[in-house]
Design a protein around this ligand. Structure first.
Ligand SMILES: Nc1ncnc2c1ncn2[C@@H]1O[C@H](COP(=O)(O)OP(=O)(O)O)[C@@H](O)[C@H]1O
Ligand SMILES: [Mg+2]
Length: 358
């Protein structure tokens, strides 16, 4: 009845016992949430299952049979796929090339050097149709797709391996609410086909909505497994942290001081972008900027930081009118911007920390 059993799994890294006698039992055709605080061992357990790490102790059973998973290829051939938090696709290749990478269909047999683009296109088209991914076509370049669509391609790729178990490690962390709904509809259709999904997330409401069962881990230990319908946000948190949490968020003592930044009537030269935006920020204040997707929140902040044009409006730092035309100006006034897509615009992955922050 279990498609997957992981029993007595232990794994140490130098100085840390990341997993200590952990159990995970997953039924086919269910969504199984794996929960725990940061560092609880969730990703390590999944990497053991996907053949990225080898376990120090323990066994894995697949459909009741003990199996050895020594590398990713073995995991994939058993029907286990993993969708990582950071997507692993190739930006300058098409959707179909990304999906079939390493196993392109060939004209004249597997050893032939001639790639069968027609077959690859048709298989991809069918795969996308089966998953209702109608806004993606096999020839789309990956770099032109949104994060959510790129993730859908990863899921299609997982499905193309005829996976029985799909691991999703924090798949919703960079998605908007609508995109999460879309992800859930894909997950539900996979579940209907008998696929088991292992879903890692910190978002309680999401977990309670999408999962059938929940396994909770704490500090590398197995806490237990429950039906999602038996759990509430409060009971999950209690089991994750091991004590009652009466205050989920620390009480908000704030000491609001003088005005730091004032944006007056900022308007974009682009008529479809922001218009007449004003806001005031004080010392010690956290100012929330709300709005639906597409409301131009990011654009306003980028304009304030000098990354986008505005053709109307004024900016004041500590009451003094200033002009910020680029990020150097913004830095000069003591501003910093943590960007939405940190990999693309926030960091230089090939530079050291020291060079990046200079
Ligand atoms: N490659 C690694 N090398 C050393 N320590 C690691 C490695 N991966 C994870 N850890 C440690 O193992 C513990 C569990 O981490 P992880 O599985 O990433 O937790 P989670 O995914 O639940 O946040 C943490 O203490 C983490 O620092
Ligand atoms: Mg993790």
């Amino acid at each position: 009845m279990y498609v997957l059993e992981m029993n007595h799994v232990s794994k140490s890294f130098p100085g840390v016992k990341a997993l200590d006698d952990v159990t995970l039992k997953v039924k086919s055709g269910t969504v199984h949430a794996l929960m725990g605080e940061n560092g609880a061992g969730k990703s390590t357990l999944m990497k053991c299952l996907f053949g990225l790490y080898s376990m120090d102790e323990g066994e894995i059973r697949f459909n009741g049979e003990p199996v050895a998973i020594n590398n990713v290829k073995e995991a994939l051939s058993l029907g286990i796929s993993m969708i990582h938090q950071e997507l692993h696709l190739i930006p300058y290749r098409s959707v179909m090339e990304n999906i079939w990478l390493g196993r392109f269909p060939r004209i004249g047999g597997a050893k032939s050097p001639v790639i069968d683009h027609q077959a690859m296109y048709e298989r991809t088209d069918q795969l996308l149709k089966d998953l209702n991914l109608n806004s993606i076509t096999p020839n789309d370049l990956l770099r032109t797709l949104s994060v959510s669509k790129a993730q859908s391609v990863e899921i299609a790729k997982a499905v193309s391996y005829d996976s029985k178990i799909i691991i999703m490690d924090e798949p919703s962390s960079s998605l908007t609410e609508n995109e999460v709904e879309h992800l859930f509809s894909i997950i539900r259709s996979l579940r209907q086909r008998g696929v088991a999904i292992i879903y890692i997330s910190h978002k309680m409401e999401e977990i309670l909505k999408i999962s059938d069962e929940v396994t909770i881990m704490r500090d590398g230990h197995y806490v237990g497994t429950w039906e999602a319908s038996e759990l509430t946000t409060a009971t999950i948190i209690k089991r994750m942290v091991g004590r009652d949490l009466t205050h989920r968020f620390p009480s908000g003592e704030s000491n609001i001081g003088k005005e730091l930044l004032r944006v007056e009537n900022y308007t974009s030269p682009n008529p479809r972008s922001f218009k007449h935006v004003s806001l005031t920020l004080h010392e010690g204040e956290i100012l929330g900027l709300g709005g639906l997707v597409g409301a131009q929140r990011t654009e306003v902040m980028e304009a304030v930081f000098g990354l986008r044009l505005h053709n109307e409006g004024a900016l004041y730092v500590r009451g003094k009118k200033v002009t910020i035309n680029n990020s150097y100006d913004a830095k000069k006034y003591g501003m910093a911007l943590l960007t939405e897509e940190r990999r693309a615009t926030g960091i230089f992955p090939v530079l050291s920390v020291q060079q990046s922050s200079a």
